[in-house]
Design a protein around this ligand. Structure first.
Ligand SMILES: NC(=O)C1=CN([C@@H]2O[C@H](COP(=O)(O)OP(=O)(O)OC[C@H]3O[C@@H](n4cnc5c(N)ncnc54)[C@H](OP(=O)(O)O)[C@@H]3O)[C@@H](O)[C@H]2O)C=CC1
Ligand SMILES: Nc1nc(=O)c2c([nH]1)NC[C@@H]1CN(c3ccc(C(=O)N[C@@H](CCC(=O)O)C(=O)O)cc3)C=[N+]21
Length: 284
C-alpha cells in the first residue's frame, strides 16, 4: 500500500494560523515580535529563502527586516553588525543566512549572536541546552521534522532512527532530538561502510545529504517513515529531494515530499522561535 504523504506546507499553514493568534495577543500586551535576517552576498538560493521567510513572518504579524551586505563584507564588519542587533531592543530574533562567503568564519559569527536572540538555535549555548534536554531554541529544520512526526502520532520511543548526514544544522541536531524522544539513533555519512545495510534497518529514516535521488525504495524497509530533507535545484529549475519519491512512496508507511515537505516547516519553526524570543522579554 502506498505511504501517507505528510504535507509540510499544509501543516506549516496551520501552525502559522495559531501563531497569528498568539502574536495578536502579544501585541495587545505591547510586545511586537521582530525578526532580522542578515544576508551576505547575492546567492540566488539564499535570496529566495529570505523572501519566503519575510512573507511567512508578515502573514503571522511578525515584523521583519533584512540587512543585505555585499559579498566583500569583512568578518569584522559583519561581527559589528551583529553586536548592533544584539543591543537593539526592537530586534527579538537574529538569523544570519548560511552559507557565508569563504573569508568569514561561520562559527565566529554564530558565537557572536546573543543566545537569547538565536532563533536558529545554532549558538553553542543553545546547542548544549538542546543536548541536555533543557528548554531552548531548537534548530528549525530538526524541530520541524519532530513536529511533522508528532502531527501523525508517529511513535518515536524505542524506534530505530537512521540519519544520513551529520551537519551541524540538520543531521547532528535531528539525531539528538530523536534521542531525546527515546529513539535508538544511528548516524551515517559519506564515510559510512554498507550504508544500505543500515538504512534498510531504519524504522524512521532521515535523509539530509544534498544529492537528488540518493535513496530509493531498495534502501528502505517496508513500512518505514521516510523524511526527505534534501533541497536540490535541478537544471530544469525543478526542486527535488534526496529520496526517489516515486519508488519510496510505494514501500514507506509515511513519507515527506519535496517541495511542500520539511522546507515550509523550517520556516514555521523559525517564526515559532521568534515568538518565543519575544515572549522571553516578558519575564525580565
Ligand atoms: N528543508 C530544509 O529546511 C533544509 C534543507 N536542507 C537541505 O538538506 C540537504 C543537506 O543539508 P546540510 O546538512 O546543510 O548539508 P551538508 O552538505 O552540510 O551535509 C551533507 C551530509 O551528507 C553526507 N553525505 C554526502 N554524500 C553522502 C553519501 N553519498 N552517502 C552518505 N552520506 C553522504 C555528508 O557526509 P560527510 O559529513 O562525511 O561529508 C554530510 O554529513 C541539502 O540538500 C540542503 O539543501 C538544509 C537545511 C534546511
Ligand atoms: N541560518 C540559516 N538558517 C536556515 O534555516 C537555513 C539557512 N541558514 N540556509 C539555507 C537553509 C535551507 N533552508 C530552507 C528553508 C525553507 C525552504 C522551503 O521553504 N522550501 C520550499 C520550496 C521553496 C521554493 O520553491 O524555492 C519547499 O520545500 O516546499 C527550503 C530550505 C533554510 N536554511
Amino acid at each position: 500500500m502506498a505511504a501517507e504523504i505528510i504535507n509540510g506546507k499544509d501543516l506549516a499553514q496551520e501552525l502559522r494560523m495559531s501563531l497569528k493568534d498568539e502574536v495578536t495577543e502579544l501585541k495587545q500586551k505591547g510586545i511586537n515580535p521582530h525578526l532580522t535576517v542578515v544576508l551576505v552576498g547575492d546567492n540566488p538560493a539564499s535570496r529566495s529563502y529570505v523572501k519566503g521567510k519575510e512573507k511567512a513572518a508578515a502573514e503571522v504579524g511578525i515584523s521583519s527586516s533584512v540587512i543585505e551586505l555585499p559579498a566583500t563584507t569583512s568578518e569584522e564588519e559583519l561581527l559589528d553588525q551583529i553586536h548592533k542587533l544584539n543591543e537593539d531592543s526592537v530586534v527579538n530574533g537574529i538569523l544570519v543566512q548560511l552559507p557565508l562567503p569563504k573569508h568569514i568564519s561561520e562559527q565566529k559569527v554564530i558565537d557572536t549572536i546573543n543566545p537569547n536572540k538565536d532563533v536558529d538555535g545554532f549558538h553553542p549555548i543553545n546547542v548544549g541546552k538542546m543536548m541536555l534536554g533543557e528548554d531552548t531554541f531548537l534548530p528549525c529544520t530538526p524541530y520541524g521534522i519532530i513536529t511533522m512526526l508528532k502531527s501523525r502520532n508517529i511513535n518515536i520511543e524505542g524506534k530505530h532512527a537512521v540519519i544520513i548526514g551529520r551537519s551541524n544544522i540538520v543531521g547532528k541536531p535531528v539525531g539528538q532530538l530523536l534521542l531525546n524522544e527515546n529513539a535508538t539513533v544511528t548516524y551515517c555519512h559519506s564515510r559510512t561502510a554498507n550504508l544500505r545495510e543500515l538504512t534498510s534497518k531504519a524504522d524512521i529514516l532521515i535523509v539530509a545529504i544534498g544529492r537528488p535521488n540518493a535513496i530509493t525504495a531498495d534502501d528502505i524497509k517496508e513500512g518505514a517513515v521516510v523524511i526527505d530533507v534534501g533541497i536540490n535545484r535541478l537544471e530544469t529549475g525543478k526542486l527535488t529531494g534526496d529520496v526517489d519519491f516515486n519508488s519510496a512512496v510505494e514501500k514507506a508507511s509515511y513519507i515527506t515530499p519535496v517541495p511542500k515537505g520539511v522546507g515550509p516547516m523550517t520556516i514555521a519553526m523559525l517564526l515559532k522561535n521568534t515568538v518565543k524570543a519575544a515572549k522571553g522579554l516578558e519575564n525580565r
